[in-house]
Design a protein. Structure first.
Length: 314
């Protein structure tokens, strides 16, 4: 009888071992402010990874977006981050003015995702309809040294403007900028985000707005990685016509210490669950496997490379 019990115990142990969950894999997803586009897409990715990657323990962290995200990745304080293409390029180069004290050499690419549209929105009461009319007015350019603020600096330089031309420059995240505009304490906000960003939608339902154009000649002055773009009529309440603007591609970025298998799964599950991403935010409609490597300013992670080779894209 004791021999029978011993055999049963060994069998139970083997069964328990076979059913034991895989080692927990933490995937901290670095996003942006909760009223932007990065955050809802990060939440969608977290849900996908939690369901599709065995042993994964994903979480979503709201941040100041691109610049902070890239610095956190370099420090190993995240496994995946959203970031603007120009920020990624400047991080790899170690541009101190952009917020990178040294080259962030641990960064590795996962995928190009969707374009950020630089959207400049003014209250109708301000009378601002062109970039030049920002002179003498108050403008929020995004959190200091954020990806949005780097976009603002680039556009100002290309347009021959300086922050000192403004009556007041605010360095605020999207939601805080909108609150000031609602309270008539701010004339305009510059936000770099996917079309239909929640913060501007909220603003447009509260006060009449003008969407300010970025003309083609200024886009030409900007050069790569910026491209000409259009904010379609009806994107925001009261916007009756198409508006010329400028866009820059967003990337999903990881770092070299993330395992090849985890990076492979993060890439694979992104592209194989795109309907869930689109359900989280319409900006994800632009995510395209065929364009996943376009304009990547840093080396791909070997795990992402493996997935693209499987798909015949490398």
């Amino acid at each position: 009888m004791s021999r029978t019990l011993a055999v049963a115990a060994v069998a139970a142990t083997a069964l328990t071992g076979a059913m034991a969950p895989a080692k927990a894999e933490f995937i901290n997803i670095l996003t942006g402010g909760t009223s932007g586009v990065y955050y809802p897409l990060g939440v969608a990715l977290s849900k996908i990874y939690g369901e599709k990657i065995e042993g994964a323990r994903p979480q979503v962290q709201a941040t100041k977006a691109s610049v902070e995200n890239l610095n956190l990745l370099q420090q190993g304080k995240g496994e995946l981050a959203f970031a603007l293409g120009d920020s990624v390029k400047l991080a790899w180069e170690g541009n101190a003015d952009a917020g990178f004290k040294a080259p962030l050499d641990k960064l590795r690419g996962i995928a190009a995702v969707y374009p950020n549209y630089i959207q400049i929105v003014a209250s109708k009461d301000s009378g601002i309809t062109t970039l030049d009319q920002l002179k003498g007015k108050s403008l929020s350019v995004g959190a200091a040294k954020s990806g949005t603020e780097l976009n603002a600096r680039a556009i100002f330089q290309a347009a021959g403007l300086m922050y000192t031309d403004l009556a007041k420059t605010e360095y605020l995240p999207f939601a805080e900028s909108v609150e000031l505009m609602k309270n008539r304490q701010l004339d305009a906000t510059l936000q770099s985000a996917g079309l239909g960003v929640a913060s501007i939608k909220d603003l447009a339902t509260s006060v009449p707005i003008n969407v300010v154009a970025v003309p083609a000649d200024i886009v030409a002055n900007l050069g790569a990685p910026y491209v000409a773009a259009t904010i379609p009529a009806g994107t925001y309440q009261g916007q009756e016509a198409d508006v010329s603007s400028v866009a820059v591609i967003n990337f999903l970025v990881t770092h070299e210490d993330v395992s090849e298998e985890t990076a492979y799964q993060m890439t694979k599950q992104l592209f194989e669950n795109l309907p869930d991403m689109v359900a989280a935010h319409a900006a994800a409609k632009a995510i395209n496997l065929e364009k996943a490597q376009d304009g990547m300013p840093i080396p791909l992670h070997p795990g992402a490379e493996r997935y693209y080779k499987e798909k015949g894209l490398m």
